[in-house]
Every structure is written in structure tokens, then in C-alpha cells.
Design a protein around this ligand. Sequence first.
Ligand SMILES: Nc1ncnc2c1ncn2[C@@H]1O[C@H](COP(=O)(O)OP(=O)(O)OP(=O)(O)O)[C@@H](O)[C@H]1O
Ligand SMILES: [Mg+2]
Length: 340
Amino acid sequence: MSDVLLEVNDLHVSFFLTEGIVRAVSGVSFQIERGKTLGIVGESGCGKSVTARAILNMVRPPGRIVSGEINYYGQSDTPIDLAKLDPHGAEIRRIRWGEISMIFQEPMTSLSPVHTIGNQMIEAIRLHMDMSKQDAAAHAVGLLARVGLAQPERLLTRYRHELSGGMRQRVMIAMALSCNPKLLIADEPTTAVDVTTQAQILNLMRDLQQEFGMAIIFITHALGVIAEVADHVVVMYLGEEAEVADVDTIYYKAAHPYTQALLRSIPRHDIKLDRLETIEGNVPDPMNMPDGCKFHPRCRHYDPGKCANPALLQIGEQHWSRCARAHEINPQLSRTEQPS
Ligand SMILES: Nc1ncnc2c1ncn2[C@@H]1O[C@H](COP(=O)(O)OP(=O)(O)OP(=O)(O)O)[C@@H](O)[C@H]1O
Ligand SMILES: [Mg+2]
């Protein structure tokens, strides 16, 4: 079987509003290997959550997948294109939760306020696994204990408003793992919790990945978190990949000014800075995207003579940058990595 579990090819997702079209994702491609972690990182509004929802074919009107492929190699070398499935059909419903599960960005809205944690977990488990109510309850208790929640039996009888933010996040992880997924999409799983809990949840996800062997797409706006969890990274800016590479290359050979700016805005033990930088300017209005390179209004390296073409360039064996000046801005890139 191929190492690749999921392959996104030239994905376009837009929202058709009365005021105009928001091109939330415009031509993103990446792939994820079985058992590995792909980090998707970028500022608010760059299209991370929309990409995640598209993978599960869960983009709701007025949004829709306009074009592109989402090839899922679940059981065999012949992929299923998730983008082409009926969003309400039996096949995608089997794959959602059963094979690809998601921890949503808003744990409050994804847990029901009117059902107990137990009811929700048991129902989700029984929808995809052939289990009696009793076995499903025992499975749920095991998972809640596994994600570090105390008194899991009691927890089954509780409602979401009775739980702290960290507890809710752990319940979401337990639910997402309940059907033993091949791919877990975690959309900002640690934003709603404090730093200590964040570290615990990251450790937990790493342990669970080793135990269950699943692949993870880890979405965050914080490049610092990506370093701890990801094998490969997609840096997104305004619905496109700015840079794609393995995690070490992103950290030590970043070749897009946006990635470099994100790196300067996180604390690093290997570089001493008097103060952290913020990225100049704001993310532009999605209905009025800049022409040419979308990052140019905020870019300190912008040169109108050189930056007209914003194509994604391959600059290394597994390294791509959407910057025409990649080699100028990163002299570390070796000669062998020059585009041919
Ligand atoms: N339901 C919607 N209707 C209209 N536009 C939307 C809708 N959902 C998302 N968008 C737009 O799509 C773009 C990408 O949004 P998305 O939620 O994917 O960003 P994100 O990278 O996840 O940001 P954050 O870090 O804040 O979660 C944004 O411009 C957003 O305004
Ligand atoms: Mg989001």
C-alpha cells in the first residue's frame, strides 16, 4: 500500500456571498503520509479551517468546493476522491468519524448542550462500530481515562457546561479517537486552554499517535507549536501555500518572507532577540486580494521588478516556496537546491 494516506490537489473553496466571492482556499496542494503529522500554520483567516472542513466534505453553503481533488487512500492504492462524494451520502458519512475524524476549533459548538457526554460518545461509537450499548459505554470510559480524565464513569453522565475548557478539549480528543481513525484533523486543539494544559494535550496527542498509528493534520496559528508536533509543514497565506517543507527546513532554511516573519514572532532558544517582532500590516480583506504576490504589501523584500510571478517554486527536494526571491532572501539554500 502507498505511504500516502491523503493527497490534496489544487483545492479551491469559495464562499458565494451577496457582497462578492471570498476565495478562502485558492489552489492548495499537499499530501500526508500514514502515521505522520502535517502541520498547517498561518494567521487568522488564511483558510486553515476551511481546508480542514473541505477534507471531510463539510463546507456548508454559501461555501462550496469549486475544484480540486482530495484523494484518500484509506484501504487501498485506489483512492476515493472525497471532494466528489455527495456530502450527505453514505460513503462520506462512513469515512467521517469512522476513518477521518476531526477535533473542531470550537469545542463548545461541537459538543451538544442537551445530551450527556456519555450519550454523545456512545451514539458516535455505535454509528461506526458494531458494539452493544454496554460495550460502547465501556469503550468510552476507556478512552476518557486514556486522555487523562479522572472519574470517567461519572463523566459520562455530565453535560458540556459542567466541564472546564481543558476537560472539553480532552473529551473532544477521546471522541475523535473513538473509532480508531486513520487520520485525525486537529483544528487549533490547544487555543482554548492554558499553557500547562496545552503542553499536556500536545504530549497526549503524541503518545496517542504512537499507540494508534494514525496520521494527524495539526492546525495552528502558532509556528512554535508546530515544531513540537509536525513532521511536515504547510505555511498558508490568504488561501495559498506560502511554503511547504519538512519541519527542520521550515525552521532552519525558511525561504518565504512570510515564514521568516512568523519565525521572528516566536520565542526561540537558539536565537537571542531583544524583543519579538510582529508581522507588519494586516491580513488584507479577502474580497480585495492584492494583485501579484499576495504577501507583497507586507513584505520587506518586495521588488516590483522581480515579484510579479507568485508561482510556487520547488527549491529543494521536498521544499517549495511561493517567493520569486527565495534564493536571494535565504543565502543558506545550497547550490544543489537551485531550480533547474
Ligand atoms: N461561512 C463563511 N462564510 C463566508 N466566509 C467564510 C465562511 N467561513 C470562512 N470564511 C472565510 O474564509 C476565509 C478562511 O477562513 P478560515 O476559517 O479557514 O480561516 P482560519 O485560517 O481557520 O482562521 P482562524 O485562525 O481564525 O481559525 C476567511 O476569509 C473567512 O472569512
Ligand atoms: Mg480556523
